[in-house]
Design a protein around this ligand. Sequence first.
Ligand SMILES: [Ca+2]
Ligand SMILES: [Ca+2]
Ligand SMILES: [Ca+2]
Length: 172
Amino acid sequence: MASEFQRRKVGGVFRAMDVDGDGRLTESDFQALADRWTAVAGPVDPHRLASVMTGWWPVLQDASDGDGVTLDEVLLVVDGLDGMTDAVAGTADAMFEAIDLDGDGFISRSEYAALIETWSGAPTATDDVFPRLDLDGDGHLTREEFRTHWTEFWAGDNPNAPGSYVFGPPAR
Ligand SMILES: [Ca+2]
Ligand SMILES: [Ca+2]
Ligand SMILES: [Ca+2]
């Protein structure tokens, strides 16, 4: 069973992805997300970002009753991620490459800010979050740091872990 914290954490991402706000993720939400990301016209390639997320679509659909994917169904998938660590790490790497705009193998503070702004569709303060994610304080995120946070976000349940805030502060 997902904890209250996981429900709140994943629920924030769910609401960002449920573009039409009907409480279910459908393919039209993913299309609308790609459109939103394209409209931001930032440096993040919206199609690359969308393909990272749509890679999980078959897994989500398997958990659903065929009428869109609800938050409860997403949480069912989240519950099962302990046994899918390779798939989660693979998504982290794909996401990392989508964020690493200059391809230098690191995520800079500005690359991270571009991701969150594109993701949320609005300017979002990331100055407080980034230093927490930068575990060794060298000013950028390595692939390993990002993989740690991404895995914590999706498979973990620790309100004090920096990775719980990889998409920004959770909704209350
Ligand atoms: Ca929807
Ligand atoms: Ca970079
Ligand atoms: Ca670092």
